[in-house]
Design a protein around this ligand. Structure first.
Ligand SMILES: NCc1[nH]cc(CCC(=O)O)c1CC(=O)O
Length: 326
């Protein structure tokens, strides 16, 4: 955490209102942000205001079918525009790559392990993703996880799963699934890291853009908030996720799509790997770009262009049309 952004004494010390979803994970993340800011600026007041988003209300429809732009962010954004709240804490992977007029991604915090995790039913406790039996039922509602796992393990069966983390784990334990896939970050942040049976390697599952990091969204013209939140910025995570988001922004067709990434930062050198896959896992394009971290966003755009040349555009158009048909 950089100790820049010293608390400049301003004439008014307004209370800063932080917006959050009400889910358990969102609250853990938001209270963490509040605590860090309170430590950095002990004389300021930071209040948490919770709001329900569309994504919290629609629990019975497969996410892929909703056409997911801003499902978990819209109400918070309206809250910022009406000054009900001053900034919002999001799981960065739920934050669209294009934000509404007047709002921006202020800072990105330090990332947890961005990988996906395999959580198994007790009866498979001696198994790994590559040794689960033929026909084993895997719970996931993410097209990205589905497409990649189908590609690598066509003998497994996949079934949609919704609900919060506790609900999903309960469905697994009740025997509705043989295993489920969840983000390592979410499980760890909720103190359920012990349920992680296997951290899936990048060869098996490239993670979602921004996975494991928090994104703070705020008003573009709120210089005071922008200077306060600098205290929780993590520059290496920011640079990695800038590249990832530029990659996604450049490819995105307006719906939830099977796009995965991995980034490595070695000194000044950023390595960005990405895949675009068809939902059935049969079409699969993957490539890597390497360059200076100072050109992070350009690397993301370049990777998108390369994948498009290898057929990513056709894959994405097919998915978009299928979603439109319902
Ligand atoms: N799409 C829901 C969501 N948004 C953020 C996380 C986990 C935390 C993170 O990835 O930062 C999850 C759950 C999951 O994918 O298992």
């Amino acid at each position: 955490m950089s100790p820049n952004a010293s608390p400049t004494v301003s004439s008014s010390t307004r209370t800063i209102r932080i917006g959050s979803r009400k889910s358990q994970l969102a609250l853990v993340q938001t209270y963490w942000v509040q605590e860090q800011l309170q430590k950095a600026f002990p004389d300021r007041t930071f209040e948490v205001h919770t709001m329900s988003t569309q994504g919290d209300k629609i629990l019975d429809v497969a996410l892929a079918k909703i056409g997911d732009k801003g499902l978990f962010t819209k109400e918070l954004e309206v809250g910022m525009q009406s000054h009900e709240i001053d900034f919002a804490v999001h799981s960065l992977k739920d934050l669209p790559t294009n934000l509404p007029e007047g709002l921006m991604l202020g800072v990105v915090t330090e990332r947890e392990d961005p990988a996906d995790a395999l959580v198994v039913h007790e009866k498979h406790k001696d198994k790994q993703i590559d040794t689960l039996p033929e026909g084993a039922v895997i719970g996931t509602s993410s097209l990205r996880r589905l497409a990649q796992l189908r590609h690598h393990f066509p003998h497994l069966t996949f079934k949609d799963i919704r609900g919060n983390l506790n609900t999903r784990l309960a469905k697994l334990d009740a025997g509705e699934y043989d295993a489920i896939i969840l983000a390592v970050a979410g499980l760890r942040r909720l103190g359920m890291g012990d349920r992680i049976h296997q951290v899936l390697p990048a060869e098996v599952s490239l993670h979602a853009v921004g996975q494991g990091a928090l994104g703070i969204e705020c008003r573009t013209d709120d210089t005071e908030v922008l200077s306060l939140i600098q205290a929780i910025e993590h520059v290496p995570t920011r640079d990695r996720t800038l590249a990832e988001r530029a990659f996604l922004r450049s490819l995105e067709g307006g719906c939830q799509v099977p796009i995965g990434v991995n980034t490595q930062l070695d000194g000044d050198t950023l390595t960005l790997t990405g895949i675009v896959a068809s939902v059935d896992g049969t079409k699969f394009v993957k490539d890597t770009v390497i360059g200076s971290v100072s050109t992070a966003e350009k690397l993301g755009t370049e990777l998108a262009q390369r994948l498009r040349q290898q057929g990513a555009q056709e894959i994405l158009e097919e998915i978009f049309q299928a979603v439109q048909r319902g």
